[in-house]
Design a protein. Structure first.
Ligand SMILES: Cc1cc2nc3c(=O)[nH]c(=O)nc-3n(C[C@H](O)[C@H](O)[C@H](O)COP(=O)(O)OP(=O)(O)OC[C@H]3O[C@@H](n4cnc5c(N)ncnc54)[C@H](O)[C@@H]3O)c2cc1C
Length: 388
């Protein structure tokens, strides 16, 4: 009984992605996790089938779909037991290039990204000292002739070892010489194949999830002048486009995780008999599962609203943030119910619950922490005084 599938306009996409994911059963994802490896075969299959090029316009070889459809793809990956974290960068980084890249950049890079010859999986924003206070980043890019010279440090930059290109945020005008602190930041396309070992050093960070993420050290890295994306000094505003898309997509991934947890725990609670009856007959077991299911459904609606606004080219910062908040919270509640009602077996790797539990926990912190979303809503939607 699949009481959880929501009939919607995207049934064809859901079925096709589910069929692909069925070729990568739980054992596959478990083995990749245990080996702390990258799911190469899975990402390659998604790329070859064209799913990761969903947001690239058809004229550049993509399928020209909207963020709504892209979010359904990501949701189905997580709902199947996989983890979109290995490849979601390709989706949202694309939006920055599609919306703000020059004609030359779009013509040069998008067709090869669409065909899978090039991977655009990385975005370098976070820095060790600035943290969430992005306008305080210290990485600089200085124009020298036909090159930009980059110096500084980044942290938690994901998929660098499985990407050919990276979108990088750097300061091009010092903070004390700009009218607004969000001015004077610019974004660049860095060709990682040329940069690593020639001004860019990569130091992997071992972490709780099997998520390839790194510290980056820039020491006089030179990149061609034409790799600046859009106007110099406007990078903060451009990066927000990508971040809104990222939040909506990650909301969808959390929703996929949440449904996976609810499916898993309801199946177990029907079967597991203790004290002479299925544990799912006890309301103490039913209610936390039902509660997380209700919250997932509500998060799902906000996800569609954020995507609808994004696809219509309208502001969606508030909705993307709220969707990410609701979905990350709901998936975490579902994860807690799932591990709790599996009893000891929730901790056994072969049930996959502990792996998904770790994976979904990340989204309370990254790509934006829950507190920062609350402060956005308080300030921008409720008009409360700015706190920082
Ligand atoms: C596995 C992983 C992958 C990542 N991948 C990427 C990536 O590919 N690219 C990238 O650029 N970044 C990436 N990140 C970084 C991620 O976006 C940041 O970790 C996240 O935004 C939080 O920033 P921070 O770690 O600097 O926390 P901090 O800014 O130091 O904040 C720490 C805590 O304090 C709270 N806090 C801070 N200020 C306030 C305040 N004013 N009011 C209330 N609470 C506050 C925050 O909510 C947070 O919980 C990744 C992180 C992880 C863990």
């Amino acid at each position: 009984m699949d009481t959880l599938s929501t009939p919607d306009a995207h049934g064809d996409i859901r079925e096709a992605v589910r069929a692909l994911c069925a070729g990568f059963p739980p054992e596959y994802h478990r083995e990749v996790d245990e080996a702390r490896a990258y799911p190469e075969a899975f990402v390659e299959a998604l790329t070859k089938a064209g799913w990761l090029a969903a947001l690239i316009p058809e004229e550049y070889g993509g399928s020209g779909l909207g963020l709504t459809e892209a979010s359904v793809i990501m949701e189905e990956i997580n709902r199947s037991g996989g983890n979109s974290g290995a490849c979601h960068g390709q989706m949202y980084n694309m939006t920055t290039l599609v919306r703000h890249g020059s004609d030359w950049q779009r013509r040069t890079f998008l067709p090869e990204i669409a065909s899978g010859e090039l991977r655009l999986q990385s975005m370098g924003v976070t820095e060790p000292t600035a943290g969430t206070d992005t306008t305080k980043i210290k990485t600089t890019a200085v124009r020298r002739g036909d090159r930009w010279v980059i110096n500084g440090q980044k942290v938690w930059i994901s998929r660098v070892q499985h990407s050919d290109l990276m979108i990088l945020l750097a300061r091009t005008t010092p903070l004390d010489r700009v009218a607004k602190k969000s001015d004077g930041l610019s974004i660049f396309l860095v060709d990682l194949r040329e940069a690593i070992g020639r001004g860019l050093a990569v130091q992997p960070i071992r972490n709780m999830v099997n998520h390839e993420t790194n510290e980056l050290f820039f020491d006089d890295l030179e990149i061609p002048a034409e790799n600046l994306i859009g106007e110099e000094g406007e990078g903060f505003r451009y990066i927000l486009t990508g971040l809104n898309a990222e939040r909506a997509l990650i909301a969808a991934e959390c929703i996929g995780d949440g449904y996976w947890f609810v499916d898993k725990v309801t199946a177990y609670a029907r079967e597991r008999v203790v004290f002479g009856r299925p544990i799912g007959q006890n309301q103490g077991v039913q209610f936390p599962i039902a509660e997380s299911f209700i919250e997932l459904k509500a998060a799902d609606l906000m996800r569609y609203e954020a995507c609808r606004l994004y696809d219509a080219g309208r502001p969606c910062g508030a909705e993307a943030n709220m969707a990410k908040y609701l979905a990350a919270k709901a998936s975490w509640e579902a994860a807690n119910a799932c591990i709790q009602f599996h009893g000891g077996f929730g901790f056994a790797a072969e049930y996959d619950v502990e792996r998904k539990f770790r994976e979904t926990r990340l989204y309370q912190v990254a790509p934006i922490s829950t507190n920062l979303i609350l402060s956005y809503v308080a300030e921008h939607m409720l008009g409360l005084p700015r706190s920082f």
